[in-house]
Ligand binder design. Structure first.
Ligand SMILES: Nc1ncnc2c1ncn2[C@@H]1O[C@H](COP(=O)(O)OP(=O)(O)OP(=O)(O)O)[C@@H](O)[C@H]1O
Ligand SMILES: [Mg+2]
Length: 240
């Protein structure tokens, strides 16, 4: 049984078809990279799964329950947590207050303190500064905070929209190290929108390439990232 199943969805913004018949499926513990040029529909795909935009056709299931057309809280309750594009921290709140905001939808309140400890273990920097204001964190630290906040919802599947954007290579390494640790220790399923094929190559897993709202290539992340066909499909060379 797939954890996530996206079946033939299309999403329109007015006249514009941002996604056209996209299907993906993910098993528990799997890593899937979604790559593609600007405007390809990558963020729209995550928003559709999160319930922030409604597909005009097709359906989405999480853990065998249909979530398309359901409100985002319902999707979150079933174990989907999203880190959207940009790093939205609440600057005037403390780091710990930001983390606790992630727990609003949880039914298992008794596990919150344990998860907070785990987040502090994987991101010691957040623990050191837990009572400090989030607004003064650097870009990389904010990225860790928003990932930490998404983890505080206790997800099975976490989707992250461009975790590397604007970060120094060393910080990107740290963010990915953490994600992989969580995948390996807790069986967390990772859906990552990433423009850099280098990351997909280092991390492994599967990869889909979106272009013009469609999946134009899919396969093993390491193989595709190394392959000339990715570059061609990315930029649309060799088509009429
Ligand atoms: N709220 C919106 N209203 C109207 N059009 C939108 C909206 N959001 C996205 N679009 C359009 O839908 C298409 C897909 O956008 P989307 O943000 O999903 O692409 P993306 O692959 O995430 O791009 P990027 O790499 O720039 O983040 C684009 O043409 C975009 O202009
Ligand atoms: Mg985007």
């Amino acid at each position: 049984m797939s954890l996530l199943s996206v079946r033939d969805i299309s999403v329109h913004y007015g006249q514009l078809a941002a996604l056209r018949g996209v299907s993906i499926s993910m098993d528990e513990g799997e890593t899937l990279f979604v790559t593609g040029p600007n405007g390809a529909g990558k963020s729209t795909l995550l928003k559709a799964i999160a319930g922030a935009v409604r597909p005009s056709s097709g359906s989405i299931s999480l853990a065998d329950k249909v979530i398309s057309g359901q409100p985002p809280e319902q999707t979150a309750r079933l174990g989907f947590s999203m880190v959207p594009e940009g790093r939205h921290v609440f600057g005037s709140l403390t780091i710990e207050e930001n983390l606790r905001l992630g727990t609003g939808i949880r039914a298992d309140k008794d596990r919150i303190e344990g998860d907070l400890e785990t987040v502090y273990e994987v991101f010691p920097m957040l623990a050191e500064r837990k009572d400090g204001q989030a607004g003064v964190l650097s870009g990389g630290q904010q990225q860790m905070l928003v990932i930490g906040r998404a983890l505080m919802a206790g997800p099975k599947l976490i989707a992250i929209d461009e975790p590397s954007l604007g970060l120094a290579p060393k910080v990107i390494d740290q963010v990915y190290d953490t994600l992989l640790k969580l995948r390996d220790s807790r069986g967390l399923t990772l859906l990552i929108v990433e423009q850099s094929s280098t990351r997909a190559m280092l991390t492994g897993g599967r990869m889909v390439l979106l272009r013009g709202g469609k999946i134009v290539l899919e396969g093993d992340a390491r193989e595709l990232a190394n392959d000339e066909s990715l570059r061609r499909a990315y930029f649309g060379f060799g088509e009429h």
